[in-house]
Design a protein around this ligand. Sequence first.
Ligand code: PEP
Ligand code: MG
Length: 753
Amino acid sequence: MLETLRHIVQEVNAAEGLNEALDIIVRRVRDAMGTEVCSVYMRDPLSNRYIFRATEGLNKRLVGQASLASGEGLVGLVAEREEPINLEDAETHPAFQFLQGIGEEAFHAFLGVPIIHQRDVLGVLVVQQAQRRRFDEDDEAFLVTMSAQLAGVIAHAQVTGAVQEELLDGAEPARINGIPGAPGIAIGTVVVVSPEADLFAVPKRIVNNRRAELRAFRQALNAVQADIRAVSDNLRGEMSAEDHALFDVYLGILDDSAIGGEVAALIKAGHWAQGALSQVMIKHIRHFERMEHSYLRERAVDVKDLGTRVLSYLQANDTSRDKDYPEQCILVGEELTATALGEVPRDQLVGLISVRGSGNSHVAILARAMGIPTVMGAVDLPYARLQDREVIVDGYQGAVHLNPVPEVRQRFQDLLNEDLAINKDLEALRDLPCETLDGHRLPLWVNTGLMVDVGRSLDQGAEGVGLYRTEVPFLLRDRFPSEEEQRQIYREQLQAFAPRPVTMRTLDIGGDKALPYFPIEEDNPFLGWRGIRVTLDHPEIFLAQVRAMLKANEGLGNLRIMLPMVSNIAELDEALVLIRRSHRELQQEGFAGELPPIGVMVEVPSAVYQARALARRVDFLSVGSNDLTQYLLAVDRNNARVADLYHSFHPAVLQALRSVAEAGQSEGKPVGICGELAGDPLGAVLMLAMGYNVLSMNATSLPRVKQVLRKLTHARACEVLAEVMAMEDAAAVTRRLEALMVESGLQSFSRSR
Ligand code: PEP
Ligand code: MG
């Protein structure tokens, strides 16, 4: 059964669009279950009716014509109840509805199961038989499993279909939902970032210079053939003649009479070499994967390997990689990285879309810092096909729009213009203090990592740096930076902000931040070797970093050191010993300078409960609400599938935040917050009322937060805090805060804009 399921899903996966996918489903399910009929009804979102979309066994002429409303007929009932219906004789059921001409009179047994994707009923899958009998438990289990697996594939095929049609006339508008990554609207042209040599991620592209593409392909092919011959010669004598013959098979596969010829034909038809290669190789890989015999099935791996080798050569010689980026460039990729962002000139990069990740992934944090509207977790986006297309990125709602109708495009253009106007107004706030109407001052600091952040932060009127993510310069290198290299980087930061304080966090790698030169492979990286756990296990890395920070601080005195991911007192004590020792040693070496303030991040639930003990040992606390929320709610901050469970206003999170503020106050130590919540105007109101001493956020959010806090009184914020602390769910808290924005004339800063 598993094998059959796997085959069907694979075949459906390879379909070009929804119609083809549905045709494969009905044919293959009917054969696999040995039934006489299999049909699919798909919900039309506009009419909310279930349309008869594909069948084997009923009247195909009614495909696209017949339909049932939710709750109407057995199909409608399956959809409404969201559960299977299994009947010996369909006609005798009171809900049965006769569909004229569809031809189901002869069939009595009926089994229908809903197709549900992310809680949304997409359609109903039905099998029918002439014999009066209930389908047995195995049949039902098979169809339910099939439908659950196919739901995601169908959702994907629906969007792929919309994109395909764009190549033809009469393109359908499509909205693909993701997760808000960074606020703002962008309208621009897509550039697809493909991971290196991934056959499945090559964008489609039509080219004019076919001859050059053909030449590039031939060169790549020759290079791989030469490589294979070289390996083959090396191994001659070490392998049996039979095994050795495999190399001839490989050479044969790439031959002009086989794959080589097919690729060349596609290039001649106008496809670029990488795209033609990818199309042909995927077709053959799928073909092998579908084979019954396991030996032959495993050959799919060889074919994939050969194709990947040719692709590597093509990519290595691809001069178009030093791309002419479009004026309004929207970067789209399976998983965007900081490096990919850095390749596009900043003034041309207007939007980002990442298929993976969520709003709390580090790439989203970076995007917010840079002020680039971003959608994360757009899992159903057939991104490889979007090269050069115009799309709209809605970073507020977390949605991507393809082929928008003119009115929709205009609405987004208006929103974009409105944003530009707001930002212009906010510039006037630069030199004004963040002070409430009743005179309460709350310093607003920034989070930094890249050098570009510095200029933007100062422009926005930042009063200090609450979190300098030192791992960012580590991520952009191919080895650990030396102590001296680090000193120079840190010096630049400290100097740029002096005399304002700069809080440098010691290396926080692990989780979703992997250094290419220091891979950490774990099943559960967010619960694994991360942050201070790594650096305490590698004191040489920690000490070099601390020494570099202390040296960089010489003569400036604005450094603060902060420790990430502390989950027990012993870790803190150990780190303090190392920092103090470094300072003593440096003094012995002749460096001047005081020991800087040292703080600890509260971002693990255990640290919330031990906040007072931690506070006693250090000079300040700073809440990392991004991690604290993920650990309190057991919701991976990077996983799009559970992103709607990640609630910063969850009562448990709010209680934890308040208790940390109180712990700091009891010990007479300042408490800040440097998670993304600080940059959310609604969250900032609560932090103000809880008594946080400093809010540290991305530079883009700073003027917005300042504007909101300057329009409120501290007293009003405290009243609202008292109200929301009594609430039992995040949605109610959000509603209350939104209402506060509206009543204070600040609706353009609310989340639901
Ligand atoms: C946090 O966890 O809230 C935080 C500020 O650190 P990071 O996002 O870098 O993990
Ligand atoms: Mg963190």
